[in-house]
Design a protein around this ligand. Structure first.
Ligand code: PXL
Length: 268
């Protein structure tokens, strides 16, 4: 018998494997966590159409069935940690919010994936609104990127000071620990993330690796936070470890015929 920690990711499949559930599972494995997936959607980039997203949601009933199997197999104490990735539709959000309310996970790490290219703008707006109203209040830890931090805080963010203010505002409205990511979107030689938990503000900085965002970085960072929380780290320890993990994965990135490099968790 083994006592490895377990973690669940409720996420989409991205067929090339760079982002989504595949990146989450590789991160969990690299950080010695037994990973479990409930799949919310399937994204297949279209190489014939400029690698646009093709998006197919999983039926809400099938999402419920997966979560029923998972929460029946593993007691709350055995599986206290969940990561939420791409949900993609208001119906999926409704289903997942219902399960999160029923089963009180100790740690709910939300990567607030807002707009996925290839979705109808109208549909995406409904999805964003539903995510903010129904999932964000249930999160204990949230990892917005630059765009998502602007959307969740209602601010324009052009500096670390503004990113810090946005992290504070997002904490105030959600109650969650916030790790707001500047990535390549703020000026300077460093990729800076802001950690804020209501008392502690800490800047996590790493030298920028190029100036183009690498696919899967957001998923990997949030999955690494989830994995470290599953091991018993404090939120700040988990954030620091996750930043190191994703930086190493970006340095070791994998190139392909697709027009973006992806984070490689194995070379860490
Ligand atoms: O990186 C955001 C993301 C998350 N999950 C899935 C995705 C993407 C972006 O493509 O496809 C399934």
């Amino acid at each position: 018998m083994t006592s490895v920690p377990l973690a669940l990711t409720i996420a989409g499949s991205e067929a090339t494997g760079g982002a989504g559930a595949q990146a989450d599972l590789r991160t969990f494995a690299a950080l010695d966590v037994f990973g479990i997936v409930a799949l919310t959607c399937i994204v297949s980039f279209d190489p014939q159409a400029d690698w646009e997203h093709r998006f197919v949601p999983v039926e809400p009933q099938v999402i419920s069935d997966q979560l029923e199997a998972i929460t029946s197999a593993y007691a709350p104490d055995q599986l206290p940690t969940v990561k939420i990735g791409m949900l993609g539709t208001p119906a999926t959000i409704e289903t997942v919010a219902g399960v999160l309310q029923q089963r009180q996970f100790r740690q709910v790490v939300l990567d607030p994936v807002l707009i996925c290219k290839g979705q109808e703008p109208g549909a995406a707006l409904d999805t964003d609104t539903a995510l903010k109203a129904q999932i964000l209040p249930l999160a204990t830890f949230v990892t917005p990127n630059h765009f998502e931090a602007e959307s969740l805080s209602g601010m324009t963010i052009t500096s670390v000071e503004e990113l810090t203010e946005a992290a504070r505002r997002i904490h105030e409205t959600s109650g969650a620990v916030v790790l707001a990511k500047g990535g390549v979107h703020l000026p300077g030689d460093e990729a800076i993330d802001v950690f804020y938990d209501g008392t502690t503000t800490e800047l996590l900085a790493a030298p920028k690796v190029g100036d183009v965002a690498v696919a899967g970085a957001g998923c990997t960072l949030a999955a690494a936070v989830t994995a470290r929380l599953a091991h018993g780290d404090s939120p700040l320890e988990a954030a620091r470890a996750a930043k190191e993990f994703v930086t190493a994965g970006i340095r070791a990135r994998l190139a392909s015929q697709a027009p973006f490099d992806v984070v490689c968790q194995q070379a860490v």
